[in-house]
Design a protein around this ligand. Structure first.
Ligand code: GLA
Length: 393
């Protein structure tokens, strides 16, 4: 691993340990975690590695293979109140949240390495979780799964400034090899979903548009406000009780209320709510399809989810939409959609592993024909569903 080598080069010794957190894919349940809907996802075998050793001074000294030459340094007990605006904010936020709950004395020297291009696989949550795990280990702190999930989420919400839900963190901690995590984001009921042996083999592929993103915070947060505005208005139309605007979620709105009053919503709010109700139902159907071994139906739902993200949730960009369209017409692709927030980044696909090579080649040819300028930036990769961090705690 490059982070191990870089660590040895910088410090003249091997790292004491490596902290790893896989990225996540979530084929169903996009953009409804923050509205307390259901999600389906898992951690994957690619992610963030941090090669580290302890620093008794309490200093964290961090280098990143992905951001060369930009070393970051801070003391575990003197984290700036406001984010600094560089790549290490995720680590500062992580240390701050851990330090709010537990006394910290020891820092780390660390070299961080992220596999694959950034964007769409939730590298933010992975780096936070890998960093919290390393810092907890050198300070002799043991964290429970949900404690880690909520701490990592708080680092993004309260320090980095993204109002993300818990999809990424839950998948990266609770995910298990070859299974889906099915999570109800309203009450955190979680279960693992397996396919029957009779199901055709399923593979997973990721297609990077070539457009990396630092989280499109403002667009992501704006969509959430639109969802809340839809929920608030629907509850008011139906004379149902509501509380603070900031605490209102579409999950509180009964589906019949949406059906009855949707035409009174401004168009944008109606579309966001349409996405919520459709996507939540798709997750439930998707679980059943996977458990019944109906891969074609599962894939169809994933494509439908992608269409709703484009038409109703209105995220994406022309490049990602083109990728989605190419996936739809490629033989051997059961289903595909934007991965993650979907403003830039990548698409994920559920594929027939026997057709993997043809699929990767065809998609690349068609995409680069449409966007020749992205040659060298576009790339694809395959991945598998792997154990999350919780399996190792
Ligand atoms: C990002 C957020 C998640 C989730 C997805 C979209 O990855 O961090 O909480 O909302 O987008 O499903």
């Amino acid at each position: 691993m490059r982070c191990e080598e870089k660590y040895a080069e910088l410090y003249g010794r091997a790292p004491e340990s490596i902290s790893f957190c896989g990225y996540r894919i979530a084929p169903l349940g996009a953009h409804i975690d923050h509205q307390f809907g259901h999600i389906l996802g898992c951690s994957i075998d690619k992610g963030i590695h941090i090669a580290y050793g302890r620093k008794k001074s309490g200093i964290c000294e961090l280098n990143s293979i992905n951001f060369p030459g930009k070393r970051a340094q801070f003391h575990v007990n003197e984290i700036p109140e406001e984010k600094v605006g560089d790549w290490a904010d995720h680590c500062r936020g992580a240390a701050k949240m851990l330090g709010e709950k537990y006394p910290l004395r020891t820092g780390i020297s660390g070299v961080i390495e992220g596999e694959l291009p950034i964007g769409g696989l939730s590298s933010s949550a992975s780096v936070i979780i890998a960093f919290i795990s390393a810092l907890a280990a050198v300070n002799h702190i043991r964290l429970g799964d949900w404690e880690l999930i909520m701490m990592a989420k708080a680092a993004e919400n309260r320090y980095v400034g993204v109002n993300c839900g818990k999809l990424d963190q839950a998948c990266e901690v609770l995910g298990r090899k070859d299974q889906w995590l099915f999570l109800d984001c309203a009450d955190d009921t979680a279960s693992l979903i397996s396919a029957p042996e009779k199901m055709k083999p399923a593979g997973f592929a990721i297609f990077f548009s070539g457009l990396e993103r630092s989280l499109a915070n403002s667009a992501y947060n704006l969509r959430q406000d639109e969802c809340k505005a839809a929920a608030y208005t629907l509850l008011a139309h139906a004379h149902l009780p509501y509380g603070k605007f900031a605490d209102t979620r579409l999950r509180e709105v009964p589906r019949p209320v949406f059906d009855q009053y949707k035409d009174r919503l401004p168009e944008n709010f109606r579309k966001r709510a349409e996405h919520f109700f459709g996507e939540d139902a798709r997750v439930i159907h998707g679980v059943r399809a996977w458990q019944n071994g109906n891969l074609d139906e599962f894939g169809r739902l994933v494509f439908e989810s992608g269409a709703s993200s484009i038409m109703n949730y209105e995220c994406g960009c022309p490049e990602l939409i083109r990728l989605y369209e190419i996936l739809k017409e490629t033989e051997g692709v059961y289903g595909g959609r934007f991965s993650g927030a979907g403003f830039k980044g990548c698409c994920l696909a559920v594929i027939d592993p026997e057709k993997q090579e043809d699929i990767l080649r065809t998609v690349e040819q068609k995409y680069l024909k449409a966007y020749p300028g992205l040659e060298g930036k576009y790339m694809s990769a395959v991945c598998s569903l792997a154990d999350g961090v919780g399996a190792r705690l």
